[in-house]
Every structure is written in structure tokens, then in C-alpha cells.
Design a protein around this ligand. Structure first.
Ligand SMILES: NC(=O)c1ccc[n+]([C@@H]2O[C@H](COP(=O)([O-])OP(=O)(O)OC[C@H]3O[C@@H](n4cnc5c(N)ncnc54)[C@H](O)[C@@H]3O)[C@@H](O)[C@H]2O)c1
Length: 364
């Protein structure tokens, strides 16, 4: 077995603390050495350190990057700070994992994509819904064509407004365009858009409308129509509302010979999880979700079951890719394609005209 990978984490807030818990599992697995974590907030550092005992704690991200025993860097800070941390990590020659969204503006996303491509370093993006067992099963049904060709889909995301003004104690940067770049669509539904591009191929044309009902300078409602390279057409609605406690993703795919409805909760094994497959002239099939979950993790070579977020399989896959010097998935190319759909939707919402992603955004 190779030596454990020395990991440093920058940003010890909500998702940083979840990554810390997964790093503790990976330390336990013998995959990782938790070398360092950084956050300007002492309370956040302490909270992450309770989930995973790091060898060193710092106030500044650059100290993690400069730490000689840190071999790979996990970036989990608010969106506007990703650019400088990604570029500094690449300059140090270290592989990285950066949380989604990569940046508030599409221009910066492209700059980061180009920098990662030029570096040749392993770089993963925190688009972790791909590691969810229900998304994985749906991806398999789409790509094997066992239900016929996919014709269309509906994706619906609705979640409470994740800002301190609506949820006491929550951080508030998500309701500020300068830091978050966008609202429900960019901050949240980038996950579902990544799933759609993963299943149906890159998007080629997007129509869109947005609203800001709560009065922040980012949208809390967006509705899109998306056309993919394989001809599949999708309809996406995303909402940040005042329904505290609610967080649900519903993805329905209509095939030539079957319809599949999935509901994907954020936690592994969430109560709201659902999967219904309806074939022609047959009663609806509702497979055993615990068995599906178990089969999915077994197929990934995962033996433990004591994790609560798909961050564990995602972080584990990143660590394995870094050690193998292999490309990570989902990578910055996947993120660029998802960001491009969102950029196209914002442009379409501003002009009322559809946006051609190949001609106007030069997406590969
Ligand atoms: N993949 C997912 O499902 C998922 C889930 C939640 C958040 N996120 C993303 O993760 C990122 C962080 O979100 P969050 O919910 O943890 O935010 P948060 O506000 O809870 O925490 C952010 C932390 O980063 C720290 N920080 C700010 N600037 C820093 C810097 N330059 N160096 C070091 N630390 C710094 C803050 O002090 C804070 O503790 C965002 O980009 C968010 O979109 C992804």
C-alpha cells in the first residue's frame, strides 16, 4: 500500500467541516494524512479540527499551500476566493480539489480551466452529486440505452434560501453577487446541470428567465430550457425559498420505452430519496433503495458505510486519482460545461434570446 497522501484543506466552514469528517474516514482507511487546515476564523478551524485531527492549523490558505508536507490541496472557501487559491496551488505544482461553483464569473471559470489544462495536474471539482447512487443508476440507464433513447427531462431543485437573513447562524455571502456570482441556479443547480451534461452530453442551446423575489442581487428563481448535443431537451426550474429545512432535487427522465422519476436528497440514504421506473404495459417498479445504495458503493470498492454525504466517495476518488497521477472526475472540463449552461441562461434572461453555446461561448 502506498504512503498516505498529505492533504491540506483551505476553508473550514460548512462544507469544509463535512470534508474534514470524510478526511478522517480516509485517514482511517490509510489513504490520507491530514496535514493542515486553514481558516481566518478560529471557531471554524476548531470545528473542522473536531471532525478530523489536523497536524497543523493556519489562519491563511497560502500557509497550507506552502506547507512542504501538504501534497494535495482541498479548497472549500466562498466562491470569489477560489481563483487566487487555485492559481496559487497550481503555481506550487500541487494537485487540488476545488468546491463548486469555480468562480462568480464565466470568464474566470475559463481562466481556471485553461490554467488547470496547462498544468497537467490532477484537479477535481466538488460536483459531488455524480457520486450519489440514484444519479449513478440513472446515468447507467441513459448510457446503456436499455430503456431506449432519452427524449426529454425535467429537473426541479428547491431549497431554503441559504443566507443568514433567512436561516439564523448561516453565513450570508450567498445572497451577494460579488462573492457568489449567482443565486439558486449557479450556487445550487450547477449540480443538477452537471448531471444533465454527464448523462445527455454537452448542452448546445439554452433559453432562460430569472427572478429575484427576495430582493437580493442574485436570482432566487430560474427557469431554463436546455437542448443537448444528442437532441435531448430538458426543462429546469430552481428556487431558493423561505421553506427552511427543505432541500430536494427531482429529476425525471422520459425515454422511448420507460419513464424514470428520481428524488435525490443531500444526505446518503435521505428520507426523501425516491426511484420509480415505469416501463410500457407494466406496473411501476420501486427498487429497494438500501440495496441499490449498497451495490453502488460496493462497485466503487467502498467497504465502509458510516458516511452521511456523497463527499466521502468523491474525496476518496480524488485521493486515488492524485496518487495514480490520473485525471480526476468530475474535472474542470466538466465544470466548464456546467458553468457555460448557467452563463447562457443568464445571458438569455437578460436579452430574451436563446444562446448558442458553441458559437457564443466556445465551449469544447
Ligand atoms: N459540493 C457541495 O455540495 C457544496 C455544499 C456547500 C458548499 N459548497 C461550496 O463550498 C464553498 C464554501 O461554502 P460553505 O458553505 O462552506 O461556506 P461557509 O460560509 O460556511 O464557510 C466558508 C469558510 O471559508 C472561510 N474563508 C473565507 N475566505 C477564506 C480564505 N481566503 N482562506 C481560508 N478560509 C477562508 C470562512 O471564514 C468560512 O469559515 C462555496 O463555494 C460553496 O458553494 C459546495
Amino acid at each position: 500500500m502506498p504512503d498516505p497522501l498529505g492533504v491540506g484543506m483551505i476553508g473550514c466552514g460548512m462544507i469544509g467541516q463535512i470534508h474534514a469528517a470524510e478526511l478522517a474516514h480516509l485517514v482511517d482507511d490509510g489513504d490520507v494524512r491530514a496535514v493542515a487546515a486553514a481558516d481566518p476564523s478560529e471557531d471554524a478551524r476548531a470545528a473542522a479540527n473536531r471532525n478530523c485531527r489536523f497536524e497543523r492549523l493556519y489562519a491563511h490558505g497560502q500557509q497550507v499551500i506552502d506547507d512542504r508536507e501538504v501534497e494535495a490541496v482541498l479548497i472549500a472557501t466562498p466562491t470569489a476566493s477560489h481563483r487566487d487559491l487555485v492559481l496559487a496551488t497550481l503555481a506550487s505544482g500541487k494537485p487540488l480539489l476545488c468546491e463548486k461553483p469555480l468562480a462568480p464569473s464565466f470568464e474566470t471559470v475559463r481562466e481556471l480551466y485553461d490554467a488547470v489544462a496547462a498544468s497537467g495536474l490532477t484537479a477535481q471539482v466538488g460536483l459531488l452529486t455524480r457520486w450519489h447512487y440514484l444519479a449513478s443508476r440513472l446515468h447507467e440507464l441513459v448510457t446503456t440505452r436499455e430503456l431506449g433513447r432519452p427524449m426529454g427531462y425535467m429537473l426541479r431543485d428547491d431549497q431554503y434560501w441559504p443566507t443568514g437573513q433567512i436561516v439564523p447562524g448561516h453565513s450570508s455571502w450567498r445572497s451577494r453577487r460579488a462573492i457568489a456570482g449567482g443565486g439558486a441556479l449557479l450556487e445550487h443547480t450547477i449540480h443538477g446541470i452537471d448531471l444533465a451534461c454527464w448523462m445527455f452530453g454537452p448542452a448546445v442551446r439554452v433559453w432562460g428567465r430569472t427572478r429575484a423575489v427576495f430582493g437580493y442581487d442574485v436570482e432566487d428563481v430560474a427557469a431554463l430550457t436546455v437542448e443537448h448535443a444528442d437532441g435531448t431537451i430538458g426543462s429546469i426550474v430552481t428556487v431558493f425559498s423561505g421553506v427552511r429545512g427543505r432541500e430536494e432535487t427531482r429529476l425525471e427522465v422520459f425515454f422511448e420505452h420507460a419513464t424514470v422519476e428520481t428524488t435525490i436528497g443531500f444526505l446518503v440514504g435521505a428520507d426523501e430519496d425516491g426511484f420509480l421506473l415505469q416501463r410500457a404495459d407494466s406496473p411501476p417498479e420501486r427498487p429497494d433503495l438500501a440495496a441499490m445504495r449498497d451495490e453502488h458503493f460496493t462497485r466503487l470498492g467502498i467497504t465502509r458505510r458510516d458516511f452521511f454525504f456523497p463527499t466521502y466517495p468523491a474525496d476518496r476518488a480524488w485521493v486515488h486519482a492524485v496518487r495514480a497521477g490520473a485525471p480526476a472526475s468530475p474535472g474542470f472540463d466538466d465544470a466548464l460545461r456546467a458553468h457555460a449552461v448557467i452563463e447562457a441562461a443568464y445571458r438569455a434572461a437578460a436579452t430574451g434570446e436563446p444562446v448558442d453555446l458553441v458559437a457564443e461561448l466556445a465551449v469544447p
